[in-house]
Design a protein around this ligand. Structure first.
Ligand code: GTP
Ligand code: MG
Length: 391
């Protein structure tokens, strides 16, 4: 009995492969879902692995092996399929001039193949070959854009700049902006209250961001704001938000368990937008997912903003992304952009998660130090166009 492993997009495709290759008598030993390799693997559908066992086909009987070989097939004339014209007649007894013709045909085929391979390679090498693009890729790397993404953008920019005969710097700036995507700030529902929940690791600025956004909405947009805090782990956490709520004269409720959420939301029925604060948790805390799932279900939040510090390392980002991959939808909100001169993490996270970016915060002052994500400013900074002095 032999064993063979198959990988496919789904079970049907995997079973088709097993059937096609091993026939109907194969046994399925195991089926499981496995994560794809690579950083973006957490956000893509897992692959299906099927392990099948089969009986190898018996060796042909010795008599069959001793049988005389079949007679050689008569050579078919080769014709040009478009013109019907005979181009070459393979003949194993051909003279030196026929062999010469064959050789020259092979030479021309190999030249054509070489040109094709070159054409495919050119795109990939263009970034490295074009000193302008290579310098832009270096700037991205200096700004902590991960190498995989920096090189991918370099290839895209080089290809596009050459095809359209455009300045690589302009093309690269456009590509970075496109990859960052359009900013997606909070969109208030027209005829009902909008519930926004802030989640994320400890100390990234969730509570401060809620204070900033509550103030901006209440003071600048004249919107009726409510605040609910579920962060009852730290004694100071409730007081921190209560102080902001009092200054803004907006209602605040404290929720100790998901069951209390309905009543808390009911008490803020008249609000246009309600911000829910959550306790920061380590990405490795096993209670994070079940607790957050329960809160999301209880609140029926319209928007989830994953709050992240721009000063987080790439490795930590990967861990955070993995931790929150259970969320069906979320926006990326970046804080502490004033604490780091390099903003590559924004682009890394955007490209890893493919989620919309919402706001950027660059300071501790409530409410001034927050704005809707400015993708032009970020792209400029990543490409060394904007000086790293303030936001
Ligand atoms: N430099 C800087 N500091 C910030 C920013 N946003 C928040 N902070 C500071 O970061 C610290 C933590 O902020 P919090 O709002 O309490 O963070 P949190 O995510 O609610 O923290 P936990 O609830 O403990 O998880 C405070 O000192 C804030 O003033 C920012 O954009 N830039
Ligand atoms: Mg907090």
């Amino acid at each position: 009995m032999n064993v063979k492993r198959y990988l496919a997009e789904d079970v049907t495709e995997a079973m088709d492969k097993v059937r096609a290759e091993l026939g109907l008598d194969a046994f399925i030993l195991n089926t499981r879902k496995i994560r794809r390799h690579g950083a973006g693997g957490w956000f893509r559908r897992p692959l299906v692995e099927v392990v099948a066992a089969y009986e190898p086909a018996p060796a042909p009987p010795p008599a069959a092996r001793r049988a005389d070989p079949p007679p050689p097939l008569a050579p078919l004339p080769l014709t040009n399929i478009r013109t019907g014209e005979r181009v070459l007649t393979p003949n194993l007894t051909a003279g030196p001039e026929k062999i010469g013709a064959l050789e020259s045909k092979l030479d021309s085929l190999s030249a054509t193949l070489g040109t094709l391979v070159d054409r495919v390679r050119t795109e990939a090498d263009a970034a490295a070959g074009d000193p302008g693009v290579a310098a832009l890729v270096d700037t991205l790397l200096e700004n902590d854009v991960h190498e995989t993404f920096a090189r991918k953008l370099g290839r895209e920019a080089a290809g596009l700049a050459r095809r359209r005969a455009e300045d690589p710097a302009g093309v690269m700036e456009r590509i970075v902006r496109e990859h960052l995507g359009e900013a997606a700030p909070i969109r208030l529902k027209r005829h009902r209250r909008t519930v926004v929940i802030m989640v994320g690791p400890t100390g990234v600025g969730k509570t401060t961001t809620i204070a900033k956004l509550a103030a901006v909405h209440a003071l600048n947009h004249g919107v009726r704001v409510g605040i609910i805090t579920t962060d009852t782990y730290r004694i100071a956490a409730v007081e921190q938000l209560r102080t902001y709520a009092e200054i803004l004269s907006v209602p605040i409720s404290v929720v100790y368990a998901p069951e209390e959420m309905e009543a808390a939301l009911g008490g803020q029925e008249q609000c246009d937008v309600v911000f829910i604060d959550t306790a920061g948790k380590s990405p490795n805390d096993p209670t994070l997912e079940p607790e957050l799932r329960a809160l999301l279900a209880a609140s029926g939040a319209d928007e989830v903003h994953l709050v992240l510090s721009a000063a987080t390392s790439y490795t930590s980002c990967l861990n955070i992304v993995k931790t929150y991959s259970f969320l069906e939808n979320f926006k990326l909100l970046f804080t502490k952009m004033d604490e780091t001169p390099v903003w590559g993490m924004l682009l890394n996270l955007k490209m890893l998660t493919n989620r919309a970016v919402s706001y950027m915060a660059a300071g501790q002052t409530v409410p001034d130090d927050i704005e809707v994500m400015d993708v032009c400013k970020v792209a400029g900074r990543l490409l060394g166009v904007c000086p790293p002095a303030g936001v």
